[in-house]
Design a protein around this ligand. Structure first.
Ligand code: UD1
Length: 366
């Protein structure tokens, strides 16, 4: 029996681990252990997702919470080392690029516990992004690589990774989307927010590069001021962004925009419903670039680069320079129906979790 610790820490991890953990739990050849670092801890950033994704309560909860990068990473490392020394799993599985991903991988590697990294090989080429550091380092010390798109494969090869350990399996986050899309139609979020299907835009912002500098955040809001007059914009606001908006004295500006509809961070089903019926999405998230590509919803990504280039070459995603003119231009392109997807990326078919589990079976001979 394979004892695998599946690790979650922050909001985007839950929908990636859910399909893998469920499949392992249903298979007698696996003994999956669900470990939550507690990097995200607000009910709306964490618990809601467990309920909606029908994930069991975590077997192990570290409760590390927020802090600087060093504090958060170190807190996860100290806590998880004790657990791994007791549990001695056969594998540790981490997903994505958050601080918990790197912290857990580092501890496992030093205890000679093999690490499987789901969503490996993605590279933005931008080392000012904390996630890029987490991606690069996690891949250096991983033993098994699950890849979502061809660029991931290419980067890992360039970096000298053994191709026998690399598996292009598709996108586990899309597994969760495929599984829950129908169910999301029963969400009443549109009535609650007073918007109608296909008559609003949706925005999320949380990246330090967009929200931690007052002049940048102000510029984004200047574009939003223009755009919300044309199409109402729903804005579920991330805790980091809310904090920054207050710190920079931007609350009055935000409240003065009649058709900017503020909301607390939303659950998975409500967000999925809103995203799947939006005219366009403005975001700086990684996952939302992929989800909108699958859904064929125009996506304006407020970043200079993306580690998910397939969302641009095949998908409905565009990188939008941080000028008011550019943001307004691309939003109007979206409204005019000119940002369309060419195709759903290969293997984004709802079966990636199954492929991950099959690889584990094959390599362990069970
Ligand atoms: C983290 C990830 C990012 C991911 C994002 C999704 C890293 C480096 N960043 O960014 O890649 O896209 O999650 O949301 O791991 N906070 C709360 N409640 C919570 C969690 C956070 O209030 O449950 C607030 C705290 O003030 C905290 C701040 O948000 O200091 C930032 O949280 P943190 O986990 O450090 O990073 P995120 O910005 O959420």
């Amino acid at each position: 029996m394979l004892k695998i610790v599946n690790v979650v820490g922050a909001r985007p991890n839950f929908m990636k681990v859910a399909p893998i953990h469920r499949r392992m739990a249903a298979d007698p050849q696996f003994k999956p252990v669900l470990l939550h670092t507690g990097q995200h801890y607000d009910a709306r950033m964490s618990h809601t997702f467990f309920v909606e994704l029908e994930m069991p309560e975590p077997d192990l909860y570290l409760g590390v919470g927020s802090g600087t990068h060093a504090e958060q990473t170190a807190a996860v490392m100290v806590a998880v080392e004790k657990i791994f020394m007791q549990e001695r799993p056969d594998w540790v599985l981490v997903v994505g690029d958050v601080n918990s991903t790197l912290a857990v991988s580092l501890v496992a590697a030093k205890l000679h516990i093999p690490v499987a990294h789901v969503e490996s090989g993605l590279r933005s080429g931008d080392r000012t992004m904390p996630e890029e550091i987490n991606r690069l380092l996690t891949d250096r010390i991983s033993d098994l690589f699950f890849i979502t798109e061809q660029s991931g494969w290419d980067h890992l090869l360039e970096e000298g990774t053994n191709p026998e350990k690399m598996h292009l399996v598709g996108n586990v986050m899309i597994d969760s989307l495929v599984e829950h899309l129908d169910k999301s139609r029963s969400s009443t979020i549109q009535q609650e927010l007073g918007v109608q299907a296909h008559q609003y835009a949706l925005m999320t912002l949380h990246r330090p590069s967009n929200v931690d500098q007052p002049q940048v955040l102000r510029r984004i809001l200047s574009a939003v001021e223009i755009l919300q007059k044309e199409t109402p914009i729903v804005f579920p606001i991330h805790p980091r962004t809310r904090k920054m908006v207050s710190q920079f004295g931007l609350d009055p500006l935000i409240r003065s925009l009649d058709r900017l509809i503020l909301a607390e961070p939303l659950g998975y089903l409500a967000f999925l419903r809103l995203m799947s019926e939006a005219r366009y999405v403005i975001t700086d998230s990684g996952g939302i670039q992929e989800e909108t590509t699958y859904l064929n919803i125009p996506c304006l990504t407020l970043r200079e680069n993306t580690e998910r280039p397939i969302t641009i070459t095949l998908g409905s995603n565009r990188l939008v320079p941080l000028t008011v003119d550019a943001m307004v231009h691309y939003a109007r392109e979206a409204l005019a129906g000119r940002l369309k997807r060419k195709a759903i990326p290969p293997l984004w078919d709802g079966k990636a979790g199954r492929r991950v589990v099959d690889v584990f079976k094959k390599i362990s001979g069970c």
